[in-house]
Ligand binder design. Structure first.
Ligand code: SF4
Length: 63
């Protein structure tokens, strides 16, 4: 499972990082980094929550 970020929408607010800090990280440059290329299936709930909570709807799940 992969998380896809629409960087034209992400405004680096960081709610996704608050939801799953081992998957999402706002870097020192203010850009969102995805820390896991292949997210295990048992983390789907965390990803769904991050997608729902993102205020700019910049996140989507692939796979
Ligand atoms: S919650 Fe959405 S807008 Fe905020 S950093 Fe994450 S992807 Fe970007």
């Amino acid at each position: 499972m992969r998380i896809v970020v629409d960087r034209t929408k992400c405004s680096s607010i960081g709610l996704c990082e608050a939801t799953a800090p081992d998957i999402f990280e706002i870097g020192p440059d203010g850009a969102l980094n995805i820390l896991m290329d292949d997210v295990p299936a048992d983390r789907r709930i965390d990803l769904e929550q991050a997608c729902e909570n993102c205020p700019t709807q910049a996140l989507s799940i692939e796979g």
